[in-house]
Design a protein around this ligand. Sequence first.
Ligand SMILES: NC(=O)c1ccc[n+]([C@@H]2O[C@H](COP(=O)([O-])OP(=O)(O)OC[C@H]3O[C@@H](n4cnc5c(N)ncnc54)[C@H](O)[C@@H]3O)[C@@H](O)[C@H]2O)c1
Length: 319
Amino acid sequence: MLQQKDIRKVLLAGAGVMGSSFAQIFAKHGYEVILYDIAERSLEKARGVISVNQEAEVASGELTAEESAALVERITMTTSKEYFSQADFVLESTVENMELRHAFWREASELVRPEIVICTNTSGMSITEIAKAVKNPARFTGMHWVNPPHLIPLVEVIAGEKSSEEALQIVYDVALSLEQKPVRVYKDPTGFILNRLQYAIVREACHCVEEGYASLEDVDNVVRYGLGMRYAVVGPFETMDFGGIDIFNHVGSYMFDSLCNDGGVPPILKRAYEEGKYGLKNGKGFYDYSGDKAEKAFLHRDQGFIAVAHALKALEKSE
Ligand SMILES: NC(=O)c1ccc[n+]([C@@H]2O[C@H](COP(=O)([O-])OP(=O)(O)OC[C@H]3O[C@@H](n4cnc5c(N)ncnc54)[C@H](O)[C@@H]3O)[C@@H](O)[C@H]2O)c1
């Protein structure tokens, strides 16, 4: 299989939120990028997003104007499948729909060279199931990023039933070459690891509000100022080591049984959905985002992520 050090040209399929960000990340790290989409208007939008992001990178001093121009030069946008046969690596970020994904991969895995690694950035669909449409599935894996990918370092490298160890290692190496933090996920569990943990917290957060234990604002504050800050530095297993395994064992003996264990979507989440509250995308969610509040919320979030990312990098350098 073509190893990471020999990968020059990457084909990124799907030029939406994730794909347009990936194009910049790969190009920033010297890869030649083909950004492919079925819709010309998606490429138009991606062009706009990339241009705005690059202006911001230059303004913040992250890149010089020359570096940014060279990065953009390395990105070719296309709706043509002619580039598939030239790709050294494929990362697909299209739609969370099995039928459409199967259609994409059935064709794409025929078009690409047999020796290259190909992967999908599905949020949680089974890699094993997607792989059923892939010709030679040993070279196919999951590569799950977190939004916004240029600010959040984690990449989950997921093994489907037929993914080869070599393909998984190549995806892992690609993530490292992009200065990301890859982790390996085995047995293709639903939601991989990040979403399993995230949804466990979401279920308990909804339960605490539903039961009237705290307001939703204060549940957010508990995560922001308590758990979130801690978890940016130490994970749950390190936390148990710091706190004392004897203590966690003792507290766990009554805590675990008191946690919400309901199946299905929590009522508070379901109600918000049924009331047409979709979050920032339509101006109303658990909070109000009318007027310019959504734009301010995005800015606040991204500034926060940048500050935390810088702090973590500084911490890593001092280790
Ligand atoms: N946005 C996130 O937070 C996030 C995080 C991790 C993973 N993901 C996953 O990444 C994928 C893409 O998410 P997004 O937010 O970028 O979506 P998006 O809707 O912004 O973009 C999807 C793009 O794929 C294109 N597309 C659809 N079918 C295609 C095909 N057959 N070939 C080529 N292009 C095609 C669409 O035209 C669109 O431009 C999804 O599977 C999603 O679950 C998203």
